[in-house]
Design a binder for this molecule. Structure first.
Ligand SMILES: [Zn+2]
Length: 401
């Protein structure tokens, strides 16, 4: 219901003699700089509360944002900047020329696609070539990363088949495609994976992803949970919290959650003193509001799982000492509580039964697709067939065109 209301509002604003441009968010651009470059009042940022200031640090380089100007290009009427796949920043000019800031849901539809191809060179390059979708090829390879060795096991002519979902925003694919089920042959022998409750399992109900993180503090006391999008009933607005807050006294040691390389150690707006560590398989962890860093911790430094990297504090926008702990996979935030402390998982009992039933159905689909070598729809085709005039703001122009 709320979503529908927003669609009408946004299109109404866009249709009254205005020009909308889309562009990728520049590398290294901060929200505050963005306001400056576009002659928007900086008070938009300074008036935000602590949660919204934190979210302004979550805008990803390369994400598509939209700016709508009036016909004479004298002022900006509205701006839409995604902070994740669910929520976006909405800056809007009212009749008096004042700007408001809100978090609103991103309108998207989801399409499910399936196809199979014969391997010629490698799953990554063949999928990318057939679909023109590099993110999909990456998602496929990631999903099998811990169960099948593509380098040694594959033979020319082996098949892969997959079922996946793709999100479309304003008629264009956005975000990371999600592999629902996939099959890859190694010398004609099939290997299956199925996504179930956000994790991948093989056809024996064994989890195939096995990256293990440790707790970043010894005593975990969660003071604020992870959420991609939540309607706040008291504030009457949308919120997101792209990590978990863990309570603790100032000076409490903070540990690296896994082996990796420090890619950032310094101030970061509302997050205060921040350390970011890049791990294998596209994972990244973020530790915010730190009192200070452990000496020797700086960019480029390799750290071991469990090594002290800093100390709990209250720097940046923070009401008291705590650790904000974020976990990202390929740049997308995910719930750290779902991953830390977890070793390889097996399904049991009722869940297992349900999984087996689901996997059987998906397996039939994968085999059917592989049998007929059902061709993929290319990324460009998906966007064209799903695009309708009503979904698009008027006169969209791409800055890069
Ligand atoms: Zn937090």
């Amino acid at each position: 219901m709320i979503r529908a209301v927003w669609l009408i509002l946004i299109l109404a604003v866009m249709s009254v003699g205005s020009v909308t441009q889309r562009a990728p968010w520049p590398q290294g651009e901060s929200f505050l700089h963005f306001l400056e470059h576009n002659n928007l009042p900086q008070s938009i940022y300074w008036n935000l509360d602590k949660e919204d200031k934190e979210l302004c640090e979550e805008i990803r380089a390369g994400v598509t944002y939209y700016v709508t100007r009036d016909d004479n290009l004298t002022h900006i009427e509205q701006v839409l900047i995604p902070i994740n796949e669910e929520l976006q920043i909405h800056i809007k000019r009212d009749e008096k020329g004042n700007y408001t800031f809100e978090m609103i849901p991103i309108l998207y539809e989801e399409v499910t696609e399936s196809f199979a191809i014969s391997i010629n060179y490698s799953p990554y390059s063949d999928i990318k070539k057939a679909t023109n979708n590099g993110l999909l090829a990456k998602a496929f390879v990631d999903a099998f990363a811990n169960s099948v060795d593509f380098r040694s096991g594959l033979q020319k002519g082996d098949k892969v088949s997959l079922v996946y979902t793709e999100k479309l925003r304003l008629g264009r694919p956005f975000g990371m495609p999600v592999i629902k089920a996939a099959m890859v042959q190694t010398r004609k022998k099939p290997h299956y994976i199925f996504r179930y409750n956000g994790r991948y399992f093989d056809d024996k109900a064994r989890e195939v992803e096995s990256f293990v993180f440790r707790k970043p503090v010894n005593n975990v006391r969660v003071t604020s949970r992870f959420t991609l999008r939540r309607w706040h009933p008291v504030l009457h607005r949308y919120r997101a919290h792209l990590g978990v807050d863990l309570g603790g006294r100032t000076g409490t040691p903070v540990y690296a959650a896994a082996d990796g390389r420090v890619v950032y150690a310094g101030r970061l707006g509302g997050y205060g003193n921040v350390i970011k560590i890049r791990h294998r398989d596209g994972f990244l962890t973020l530790y915010a509001h730190l009192h200070k860093f452990r000496s020797g911790i700086r960019r480029g430094k390799y750290v071991k799982k469990g090594q002290v990297i800093g100390y709990i504090g209250s720097t940046g926008m923070s009401t008291g000492p705590h650790l904000h702990f974020g976990l990202y996979k390929n740049g997308r935030p995910m719930n750290p509580l779902g991953v830390i402390k977890i070793t390889k998982k097996r399904l049991y009992g009722k869940t297992r039964k349900e999984f087996i039933r689901y996997a059987k159905k998906m397996k039939q689909e994968l085999d059917r697709v592989a049998e007929s070598l059902q061709p993929p729809r290319r990324l460009d085709d998906i966007s064209v067939t799903k695009m309708s005039i009503e979904d698009l703001p008027q006169k969209v122009a791409n800055k890069n065109d």
